[in-house]
Write a protein that binds this ligand. Sequence first.
Ligand SMILES: Cc1cc2nc3c(=O)[nH]c(=O)nc-3n(C[C@H](O)[C@H](O)[C@H](O)COP(=O)(O)O)c2cc1C
Length: 186
Amino acid sequence: MNETLYNILTRRSIRQYQQKQLKDEEVQSILEAGQFAPSAMNQQSWHITVVQSKEMLQKINGTCRAVFLKSGVKNMEERGKAENFSPFYHAPTFIIVCGEANAIAPQNDGSLALGNMLLAAHSLGIGSCWIHAMNYVFSTEEGKALKKELGIPEGYVSVGAAAFGYKAGESPAPAPRKEGTVHIIK
Ligand SMILES: Cc1cc2nc3c(=O)[nH]c(=O)nc-3n(C[C@H](O)[C@H](O)[C@H](O)COP(=O)(O)O)c2cc1C
């Protein structure tokens, strides 16, 4: 099997990370892969925030916890109470992708960029996991203040985020693929 297909088939979401930080050149390669994603009319409408500062990671975690605790959603409240709470699994690098709201397809552009970054990380032996929490968190008052503090420009909407780091353990086995999701018309 060719290397690219093998990389796609063997990537898994990783939920346990070493605390050792990634090398700058590895992060740069991941970011370059993200920025080479296709985008509607080549607008490259993404804005990518890389967080590696322990202080900022703690701040993001604290804001997520506070938002989860008052979400009114039972399972989020339960998660928020956990002593070891971290929606990004204590990964040392957290990447947030936003998209220019007025672009043609910011959600699609940004998702492809993030997808490329997950695959690029895997090709370098680095674990990753898409983290949905920020989409909800950024819609709250606390989250909007955090978005500002992170330097995300006005007019950019949340697309997705992902944890990145060296794996602390084995990759899980892939879930079986659903049947009947493809229809080929010849
Ligand atoms: C849009 C999206 C949101 C996701 N959000 C989360 C999340 O918040 N937390 C998490 O642990 N995994 C999250 N995941 C990862 C999925 O759970 C994972 O991709 C799926 O279970 C398949 O496993 P695999 O990535 O190992 O193939 C998300 C994935 C996508 C595409």
